[in-house]
Design a protein around this ligand. Structure first.
Ligand SMILES: Cc1cc2nc3c(=O)[nH]c(=O)nc-3n(C[C@H](O)[C@H](O)[C@H](O)COP(=O)(O)OP(=O)(O)OC[C@H]3O[C@@H](n4cnc5c(N)ncnc54)[C@H](O)[C@@H]3O)c2cc1C
Length: 480
């Protein structure tokens, strides 16, 4: 049950001696911080309020979907709210007969890739008892403004409420994608989809439409699988600058292979060389590249922290597209749909960029410049942007984030990947000082923590943030 009956001005928690932690964003990151803070550090007992406009906390953008084509892209055995119990979700599936209507989730090699909505159900079910007992309050509203008020953070929300908190956690992660400038002229076209993550946004695409997809990552894979489920049979052209396609999983599970943290590697170029050599060694040992990338991901925090900012930037600029397609793997069911479309000649994956796009009557005329070649004009009936969330623009994505930046509380991470924070996840303001009352949780902290996009790393980070909060709350409670 969401917290609907909050008076317009919520004073501090009735018992003022309980510090109040406000978490903005109740997707997986915010929910996991609240969950671990409420459960693991019970003796500390801060008041916890999660601001999240969705009816349930824990789902967020990724798992708040009813689309049956949307599947988790990490095997269920590694998608857990509890880092110490990686198979917790798998066990929950068994206990709740979660695959009764989805036998396709089971793969021949024993791995399980259920629909994303099932994972959302698992997280929401874990949070629900804590919401019902009041250990976590769910304020079903958008935070619209935040300001400093003496020792407190003052939050205004879309239900007209005001709250005061001792600690503020920003867990709003994924902003909407931004439309590439060269596609702006298509905004008025009825079959131009600027944000395919909005439920029902693909309904405008007709079965025989010739479709352009801009961006080749996981969101593009979601789009192709969703359209296939709805009977789309038109031609699809999917483009990205390098024409790289999200890869699938290894045919059989493998242990991570190689070593990237002893000794730590001082530059992006050396890291790349070491990864390449290790892939060769892995092949000699009968393993695929997946095992190597898994090791890099597992040791990602140490690797990233050791690199100077200039080398982190170099990694982001030159290697990120390659990292993304190897590290974020598509579910095998989705991979099969894409493979089939390519084999049947219905889908092309191209290395190209858009140089011009215009609406021409009912059609969309787009000039594509191939990575190697001269620009050519193509005609489509529909276009979808799947370039992913615009994390670099996070501080301009919502007015209250811009206000916090303008008042010196936040700044963009120097790598452009999110919000600048310390290795205690405390936001670093414009003057360079970390604020112990303002924390960043989840993917927005990855400029500091490195790989922090997939669920296993997010839950580990959430446990860390909850521990940090518990320590802070404990020290305040002891001294009052
Ligand atoms: C489509 C998609 C599919 C994915 N699938 C997988 C997967 O299968 N496996 C995997 O490991 N990772 C997956 N990921 C990676 C993903 O980063 C994490 O798994 C995780 O879902 C991130 O959750 P989050 O809470 O950090 O972010 P989000 O899901 O973006 O949640 C942020 C929440 O903040 C809320 N919010 C925003 N602004 C405000 C405001 N002003 N006030 C109050 N609330 C606000 C939003 O409503 C949202 O619910 C996927 C990501 C996406 C985008």
């Amino acid at each position: 049950m969401a917290d609907q009956d909050i008076s317009p001005r919520i004073a501090l928690d009735a018992d003022r001696r309980r510090p109040l932690v406000a978490i903005v964003g109740g997707g997986l990151s915010g929910a996991a911080v609240a969950y671990h803070l409420a459960l693991t550090w019970r003796e500390v007992q801060p008041a916890i309020i999660v601001f999240e406009p969705r009816p349930e906390i824990g789902r967020g953008l990724a798992y708040d979907t009813r689309n049956a084509a949307h599947r988790i892209n990490v095997p269920a055995a590694r998608m857990s709210l509890l880092p110490e119990q990686p198979e917790d979700f798998l066990q929950w599936i068994i206990d709740n007969d979660g695959l009764a209507d989805d036998p396709e989730a089971n793969r021949e090699n024993g791995s399980v890739f259920p629909r994303r909505q099932l994972f959302g159900q698992y997280v929401a079910a874990a949070l629900q008892p804590l919401v019902e007992t009041g250990a976590i309050r769910h304020r079903q509203a958008l935070v619209t403004d935040v300001s400093r008020d003496g020792a407190f953070w003052r939050l205004f929300d879309s239900q007209g409420g005001q709250s005061f908190a001792d600690y503020l956690v920003i867990a709003t992660s994924h902003p909407a994608p931004s439309t590439p400038r060269n596609l702006a002229a298509l905004a008025s076209h009825p079959r131009f989809v600027a944000d395919s993550t909005i439920a029902g946004s693909l309904d405008v695409i007709r079965p025989d439409d010739r479709l352009l997809i801009v961006g080749n990552g996981l969101t593009a894979a979601d789009v192709v699988a969703s359209l296939a489920l709805n009977g789309h049979r038109g031609r699809i052209t999917s483009i990205s600058r390098r024409g790289l396609r999200a890869r699938g999983h290894a045919p059989v599970a493998q242990d991570p292979f190689g070593s990237f943290d002893a000794p730590l590697i001082p530059s992006a170029a050396q890291l790349l060389r070491h990864v390449r050599h290790t892939v060769v060694d892995a092949a000699a040992a009968g393993l695929t590249w997946h095992a190597v990338i898994d090791q890099v991901r597992g040791q990602g925090h140490a690797i990233w922290r050791n690199l100077p900012v200039s080398e982190r930037r170099r990694l982001v600029r030159h290697l990120r597209p390659f990292w993304d397609v190897h590290r974020f793997r598509i579910a095998p069911q989705v991979e099969e749909v894409l493979d089939q479309a390519i084999e049947e000649g219905r889908m092309d994956v191209l290395a190209a960029s858009v140089t011009d796009a215009r609406v021409h009557g009912d059609e969309i005329h787009v000039t594509l410049r191939p990575r190697h070649g001269a620009p050519v004009e193509h005609v489509y009936d529909a276009a979808v942007v799947t370039t992913g969330p615009a994390h670099g623009g996070i501080l301009d994505s919502q007015p209250w984030l811009a206000n916090l930046r303008n008042h010196g509380h936040l700044q963009l991470d120097p790598t452009g990947l999110g919000i600048f924070c310390s290795d205690r996840s405390e936001a670093i303001g414009g003057e360079g000082a970390a604020d112990p009352t303002l924390l960043i949780s989840g993917p927005l902290a990855r400029g500091t923590f490195g790989e922090l996009m997939g669920l296993p790393q997010i839950t580990e980070h959430a446990v860390f943030v909850a521990q940090e909060l518990a320590n802070k709350v404990r020290s305040v409670t002891v001294t009052v």
